[in-house]
Ligand binder design. Structure first.
Ligand code: AMP
Ligand code: GLY
Length: 430
C-alpha cells in the first residue's frame, strides 16, 4: 500500500513510524513532514495538507491507497471528505464528525443527548447572559471558546473577576472567530486521563490509556502547553474507572452511527476524561490521535498498524484486531527555551543517534528540520519527543531521562518529573 500521512509534528512522526514498520507499507509520504519523518518516509514540504484538492491531486499522481490525517484542523476543514469523494481511502472522520472537536457546543449537545457524563455548562453568543450564568455558577469555573483554538481556548478562572475578564476577552476576539460562541462550565477536579479508540460503524476498539503533563514546569506548575510529557499505561486508574471510560466511549461511538448529523465516522475518537469523585467525566472529545499521547501509545501496539488504519478507513470494524504490549512507555518532551512563550529556532541538535542507541528508546521529532549544511536543527517550540519502553514504570522513566541527557541543543528545556506524581499514587492528586 502507498500511504500519505498529513501533518508534521511528533504525532505524525509516530504515525509514520508505526505505518513504516508494517510489511504492507510500500511507499510512505508525509506532508509536510519534519526532520524525523525525512528519515523513514518521503517528505512533501510543498503540499498544503489543508488543501483537499491538492491532497487528492497528489494522491492520484502517486497512486496513494490510503490517506491518514493527523491534525484536527484538516478534518474540520473537510480534507477527509475531499479524499473519500475522490474514491481514495481515508483514515479520519468527515467534517461533520469532526464537529465533535470543532464545536464544543455541538460536542456538549451530543454528550447530553447520549447521557454522557460531563461538566454542567451553558453556551452563549452574547456577553450579558454569559456573565450572569458565570455569576450564578460562581468561581472557580471554566470559560471555553467554542471553536478550534490550537489548544489555547480554555481559561480556568479562579475568581469571579477572572471569569468576567475571560468571558469578555473571548467575545472581544482573543481566540478569533473560535470565541464568537463561549461556553461557561462547571470546574471539575481530579486526575486527567485520555482514552482513545478506533471507531467505525459505531464500534469502538480501545487503545491503551495515557496521561499527559500539560503544565510547562516541574510540579505541574507554570503555563499550560501542548504537553510536556506523557506515559502509558496510567498506574493511578482503577479498573472501575477504566471500565466506566470504556462504556462512555462505546456509547459515544455507537452514537456517531445513529446521529443523523454525523455521516459514517471512520477514525479515532479521543476521550479526554477527568476522574472525579463521582466517576469519569468527559472534558472533551477530539477526533484524531492525541499529541503527545500517540507517541507512547503506538510503540506499545504489537499488531499491524496498517491493518488497523486500513480496516477503519474501509469501514470494516470486523477486520480490526489490536494487541498491546505490557511494557510501560514514557515520553519526555524537549522544548525550546521560552516555550510556550516566544522561543528561538535553528539551534543545532546533537546526540539523537546516541539516545536511540539506548535500549527501548525511540525519538520522535516534533519540531525539527535540516539547515543548509544538512544539520538537524530545532524548528518549533516542542522539538523532540524522547520515548522509552521498559518492563516497569521506573525503568521506562529512567531510560527516557538517560536518553534526554544524550541530546543537546542550545536552550534545551524539559521537565525532570514526568511520571513522578503518578508513581506516588492517587493520593498525589488529593
Ligand atoms: P479541553 O480542551 O476542553 O480538554 O480543556 C483543556 C484542559 O483544560 C483540560 O485538559 C483540563 O486540564 C482543563 N479543563 C477543561 N475543562 C475543565 C473543567 N470543566 N474543569 C476543570 N478543568 C478543565
Ligand atoms: N494531548 C492533548 C491533545 O492531543 O489534545
Amino acid at each position: 500500500m502507498n500511504i500519505l500521512v498529513l501533518g508534521g509534528g511528533g504525532r505524525e512522526h509516530a504515525l509514520a513510524w508505526a505505518l513504516a514498520k508494517s510489511p504492507k507499507c510500500e511507499q510512505l509520504f508525509v506532508a509536510p513532514g519534519n526532520g524525523g519523518t525525512a528519515k523513514i518516509a518521503q517528505n512533501i514540504p510543498h503540499l498544503s495538507p489543508e488543501d483537499g484538492n491538492a491532497v487528492v491531486g497528489f494522491a492520484r499522481d502517486h497512486a496513494v491507497d490510503l490517506v491518514v490525517v493527523g491534525p484536527e484542523a484538516l478534518l474540520v476543514a473537510g480534507v477527509a471528505d475531499a479524499v473519500r469523494q475522490a474514491g481514495i481511502l481515508c483514515f479520519g472522520p468527515d467534517m461533520q464528525g469532526a464537529q465533535l472537536e470543532g464545536s464544543k457546543t455541538y460536542s456538549k449537545q451530543f454528550m447530553d443527548a447520549n447521557n454522557i457524563p460531563t461538566a454542567r455548562y451553558e453556551s452563549f453568543t452574547e456577553l450579558a447572559p454569559a456573565l450572569s450564568f458565570a455569576e450564578e455558577l460562581g468561581a472557580p469555573l471554566v470559560v471555553k471558546a467554542d471553536g478550534l483554538a490550537a489548544g489555547k481556548g480554555v481559561i480556568i478562572a479562579q475568581t469571579d473577576e477572572e471569569a468576567k475578564e475571560a468571558i469578555k476577552s473571548c467575545f472581544e476576539g482573543a481566540f478569533g472567530e473560535a470565541g464568537n460562541t463561549v461556553l461557561v462550565e462547571e470546574f471539575l477536579t481530579g486526575p486527567e486521563c485520555s482514552l482513545l479508540a478506533f471507531v467505525a460503524q459505531g464500534k469502538a476498539f480501545f487503545m491503551e490509556p495515557a496521561q499527559d503533563h500539560k503544565r510547562a514546569f516541574d510540579g505541574d506548575t507554570g503555563p499550560n502547553t501542548g504537553g510536556m510529557g506523557v506515559y502509558s499505561p496510567v498506574p493511578i486508574v482503577s479498573e472501575e474507572e477504566q471500565a466506566a471510560m470504556q462504556k462512555i466511549m462505546q456509547t459515544a461511538a455507537a452514537a456517531t452511527a445513529k446521529e443523523p448529523f454525523i455521516n459514517d465516522y471512520r477514525g479515532v475518537l479521543y476521550g479526554g476524561f477527568m476522574l472525579t469523585a463521582n466517576g469519569p467525566s468527559v472534558l472533551e472529545f477530539n477526533v484524531r490521535f492525541g499529541d503527545p499521547e500517540t507517541q507512547v501509545i503506538l510503540p506499545r501496539l504489537e499488531s499491524d498498524f496498517v491493518d488497523a488504519t486500513h480496516a477503519i478507513a474501509c469501514g470494516k470494524p470486523e477486520d480490526v484486531h489490536l494487541t498491546w504490549s505490557d511494557e510501560w512507555a514514557v515520553c519526555v518532551v524537549l522544548a525550546s527555551k521560552g516555550y510556550p512563550g516566544a522561543y528561538e529556532t535553528g539551534k543545532v541538535i546533537l546526540g539523537v543517534d546516541e539516545a536511540e542507541a539506548l535500549p527501548g528508546v525511540v525519538v520522535f521529532h516534533a519540531g525539527t528540520s535540516h539547515n543548509t549544511d544538512g544539520e538537524l536543527v530545532s524548528a518549533g517550540g516542542r522539538v523532540l519527543n524522547v520515548v522509552a519502553l521498559g518492563e516497569s514504570f521506573e525503568e521506562a522513566r529512567e531510560r527516557a531521562y538517560e536518553a534526554c541527557a544524550c541530546i543537546n541543543f542550545e536552550g534545551k528545556q524539559y521537565r525532570s518529573d514526568i511520571g513522578r506524581r503518578a508513581a506516588l499514587g492517587r493520593s498525589a492528586w488529593e
